[in-house]
Write a protein of this length. Structure first.
Length: 251
């Protein structure tokens, strides 16, 4: 049931048609965020590989990103835009939270998304098809695992009544933490140490998203004394981007 809740929450697949999910399950979906990454990362890598067989890599990469956007309903990109708007335009805690809750996008959010996608679109010029496919799957899962740690380091910045989705995530228990790291790390360790499809030096990239998450955690603690759902989405995309840019430097 929790897996169904996680996939329902983090994707736009109509899984809610299978069975009604009690609201309590959505409070504990974050530990399974990397599991959703296996789906979103797998779809992205699969579309990239298939399209890359018949068209230029840059075009295949655009279609792969479009597939992930459709699968997730731009959930994380919306969070990134709201995060940049709030932290860029707000000068007080209450103002930052108010801006992030506003459904309208501002100048900071627009520019932030432009820069984000401009950087993402440079990846095919630096990485070959097979390497990019594997890196995408590893990066999606691991960045989600890193971003998920926000709920362990910070309290929720709003009350449950004022939250956008009326849900406050529960902090992870030790078994949940182990599950989160297992599914987050498994692709990278399998492709580098297990199958040898990626060099073992690939694992040197793993601390980069963790460092990015810790820096963003300090920023959130200083500015809003907690996190929101938008903060989680923004942290995921920024950690993932840091992972990819580091892969460019490595390869």
């Amino acid at each position: 049931m929790r897996l169904l809740a996680a996939l329902t929450f983090f994707t736009r697949l109509p899984l809610w048609r299978i069975r009604e999910i009690p609201a309590a399950y959505f409070k504990r979906v974050v530990p399974l965020w990397p599991v959703a990454g296996w789906l979103t990362g797998g779809v992205t890598a699969g579309v990239l590989w298939l399209c890359g067989q018949v068209m230029p890599l840059t075009l295949a990469w655009v279609l792969a990103l479009a597939a992930r956007l459709l699968l997730t309903g731009c959930l994380h990109e919306d969070g990134l835009a709201d995060f940049i708007d709030g932290f860029g335009g707000g000068t007080t805690r209450d103002r930052v939270l108010a801006i992030m809750k506003d459904s309208h996008i501002g100048t900071y959010g627009v520019i932030g998304l432009i820069v984000y996608f401009a950087l993402m679109l440079q990846l095919p010029a630096a990485l070959p098809l097979e390497t990019l496919c594997l890196t995408v799957l590893c990066g999606d899962c691991w960045a989600k695992c890193c971003a998920a740690q926000l709920i362990n380091f910070l309290p929720y910045a709003r009350t449950e009544e004022t939250a956008k989705n009326k849900t406050v995530y529960s902090r992870m228990t030790l078994p949940e933490l182990l599950v989160c790291f297992f599914f987050g790390l498994a692709p990278a360790l399998t492709f580098s140490f297990g199958l040898g499809w990626l060099p073992r030096t690939f694992c040197w990239l793993l601390p980069v998203p963790l460092a990015g998450m810790l820096l963003l955690t300090l920023l959130m603690k200083r500015r809003i004394q907690g996190y929101t759902g938008d903060c989680c989405g923004a942290t995921f995309l920024l950690c993932e981007l840091a992972f990819y840019l580091s892969a460019v430097l490595l390869f």
